[in-house]
Design a protein around this ligand. Sequence first.
Ligand SMILES: CC(C)(COP(=O)(O)OP(=O)(O)OC[C@H]1O[C@@H](n2cnc3c(N)ncnc32)[C@H](O)[C@@H]1OP(=O)(O)O)[C@@H](O)C(=O)NCCC(=O)NCCS
Length: 166
Amino acid sequence: MSHEEPIHASGLSGLVIRKMTEDDLEQVVAIDQVSFSLPWPARSFKFELTDNETSRSWVAVLDGQIAAMIVSWLLVDELHVATIATHPDFRGKGIGRRLLTHALLDAKAEGATRSILEVRASNEAALKMYRSFGYVEEGRRKDYYKDNNEDAILMSLDELHQLSGE
Ligand SMILES: CC(C)(COP(=O)(O)OP(=O)(O)OC[C@H]1O[C@@H](n2cnc3c(N)ncnc32)[C@H](O)[C@@H]1OP(=O)(O)O)[C@@H](O)C(=O)NCCC(=O)NCCS
């Protein structure tokens, strides 16, 4: 991993992005549960930290509180964004953008050239964010989400080399 020290994000005074640790899990799980209709079991986050070598998991911390989290998997040259969420109290402030940028740049430093993810077809905020990074729709997975049989949009970002700065 390239970034061993916390990184202070400009523009969001005091925001620190650092690797997720087991001590963060309670807050991470809480963010996941208020953010998704199909949240992950707590053990899945723990697995990411303890047993999944491909996992690249980060938190954005503001005033000692975890404001946002991301779990991603680095698979050779591709970063798969598995989940990302900002606590509802902290949305719309640019934190999700900073966190995704950080994850992508760190993966790029490790050799990633592209990124993929799945997003609910109705998730306008996320779709807008991903499009602004250059992700484009690559396909659909029909009835992917089992709570409401919603389609997943599969998106890919092939221009990772063009991403710079945080
Ligand atoms: C998607 C999410 C992570 C964005 O996090 P955030 O910290 O609020 O995002 P930011 O403030 O950094 O905004 C980044 C971009 O997202 C888009 N965006 C964020 N909130 C939006 C909203 N309410 N409506 C439309 N676009 C929105 C915009 O493109 C924004 O960029 P801009 O401000 O330059 O226009 C957040 O809305 C969230 O946690 N949602 C619930 C969980 C989720 O759906 N995760 C994605 C799963 S695929």
